[in-house]
Design a binder for this molecule. Structure first.
Ligand code: SDX
Length: 436
């Protein structure tokens, strides 16, 4: 393959040649559009897990993994966490701009009016096993929304996408809190019209008829910050699932349900819960080096949870903010968590270990998040649910971008390495035909 001009490369294979356009993103990322490759040469490209493949154009989120940059619609996350609320960032991701005062008021009103769960759906919670993981409950309940709002298809959606967006972002918060209350055998707490998005969630989680929950502004601020930092991350596994399922023109709720399922994996959103479980094991054992050695041992499936990232080859900028806020919040609230000391010791050891240094393995968004969730009183099995609540606007933004473009149904090719007719000759000979 050689560069014919700044705008094209030429690939020559088996005497055939094809000119492939070079595409350049607004941040200078370069790609080769291989749309004509198979038609002109008969070849496909092979890139398992799409490590080197851009699946689409997108205007939502920009990540520079080498420099540790993350921007939503061009705005750095460091600015957003300092100067916006999660509801404004949700609007920014879905609509492309931060809302003005009127748009923010209208969006908040839509979130409020859509925060109630259909009373028939409330009874669904009575039939899940007590120990069911809330992520499974959440993906089931979101999928069930398709039964209650069946006409949320592409046509109807173009008319009331704001309605469906507000319903999803708001109702998923109510569902999460209901799932938690049911799991501890307490009566559910309904959303209140006079509370902000994050304050409402904390109140639904922790208020009770016998012990009113004291809403602390500092806790609400921390939750806003965590939700903003988790709100989108371009083409990650769960967002790719949403774009893939959505490309078949599946109902939006069923599409988001698939994103929740993908996020629940321990290599993805499930890592925040796995980090805490790992830190507890290390705390109990007391030997950090032993766990680092296990993580480095190719024959051991153990990995250092909360470390490493497909895109970031430096410190995850979200982890840096969360680590800083974690220290500050625990100090302000005089809440001490021994796992924070364990986390710092693990980070210090790993960042000075050649294995992790050579592979550019740094703390990612999940490494310190769980410690802040513990400080807020969130139970561990709800950590990944928190990630899903925050990621909802990102998933919706990508789904909306995908249906708004001329996306075809996602259907990758493959390289077949299975048996050939030569290897299966005679296999069917002794069978009676079933069809004449
Ligand atoms: C999220 O994509 C996103 O943007 C996701 C996310 C988002 O906001 O949506 O950022 C959220 O999912 C964060 C990641 C949470 N997962 C974890 O913390 C689980 C632990 N991390 C690893 O499993 C791993 O780092 C991944 C899954 C995150 C990334 O895996 P990759 O890109 O497939 O990396 P790899 O397996 O190719 O690793 C390269 C090398 C390998 O060693 P060698 O074969 O080169 O010798 O690094 C090693 C890996 O074995 N490695 C690790 C490691 N992560 C990578 N070794 C020990 N511990 C780890 N955590």
């Amino acid at each position: 393959m050689k560069q014919e001009s700044p705008g094209y490369v030429v690939l020559e294979v088996e005497g055939k040649s094809v000119r492939l356009p070079v595409v350049v993103g607004s941040e200078g990322e370069k790609g080769i559009d291989i749309g004509a490759l198979r038609r002109e040469t008969g070849y496909v490209t092979l890139d398992p897990s799409f490590m080197n493949t851009a699946a689409c154009y997108s205007s939502i989120t920009f990540i520079d993994g080498e420099k540790g940059i993350l921007r939503y619609r061009g705005i750095p996350i460091e600015e957003l966490v300092r100067k916006t609320m999660f509801v404004e960032v949700a609007y920014l991701l879905v609509h492309g701009e931060l809302p003005n005062e009127e748009q923010r008021r209208n969006f908040s009103a839509m979130l409020n009016i859509n925060s109630m769960l259909h009373e028939d759906m409330r009874h669904f919670f009575d039939h899940f096993p007590r120990g069911a993981h809330p992520m499974h409950i959440l993906s089931t309940m979101i999928n069930a929304l398709a039964a209650f709002y069946p006409n949320v298809d592409l046509k109807s959606l173009s008319e009331d996408i704001d309605q469906s967006t507000a319903r999803l972002i708001s109702i998923v918060r109510t569902m999460a809190a209901f799932a938690y209350k049911k799991s501890i055998g307490e009566p559910v707490v309904y959303p209140r019209h006079d509370l902000s998005y994050c304050a409402n969630f904390l109140n639904m989680m922790f208020d009770s008829p016998v012990k009113p929950y004291q809403i602390h502004p500092d806790a609400v601020r921390i939750l806003n910050m965590l939700f903003i930092l988790h709100a989108d991350h371009e083409q990650n596994c769960s967002t790719t699932a949403v774009r893939t399922i959505g490309s078949a023109q599946v109902n939006l709720y069923a599409t988001i349900s698939a994103g929740i399922s993908a996020l629940s994996g321990p290599l993805h959103g499930g890592a925040n819960q796995a980090v805490i479980e790992m830190l507890k094991m290390i705390q109990q054992d007391g030997n950090v080096k032993k766990f680092l050695d296990m993580a480095k041992d190719k024959n051991n499936p153990f990995r250092l949870m909360g470390f490493g990232h497909r895109v970031y080859k430096t410190y995850d900028p979200r982890a840096a903010i969360i680590k800083r806020e974690c220290h500050a919040y625990l100090e302000r609230t005089h809440y001490s968590d021994p796992l924070l000391d364990v986390a710092r010791e693990v980070e210090e050891a790993a960042l000075n270990d050649p294995y992790f240094i050579e592979r550019n393995l740094y703390p990612n968004v999940d490494f310190y998040t769980g410690i802040l969730y513990r400080a807020l009183g969130i139970p561990e099995n709800m950590f990944t649910v928190m990630f899903a609540l925050a990621r909802l606007p990102g998933w919706i933004a990508h789904w909306k971008e995908m249906i708004g473009s001329d996306t075809k149904i996602v259907r990758p090719r493959q390289i077949y390495i299975g048996k050939t007719p030569v290897e299966t000759v005679g296999v069917m000979e002794n069978r009676e035909p079933l069809l004449q």
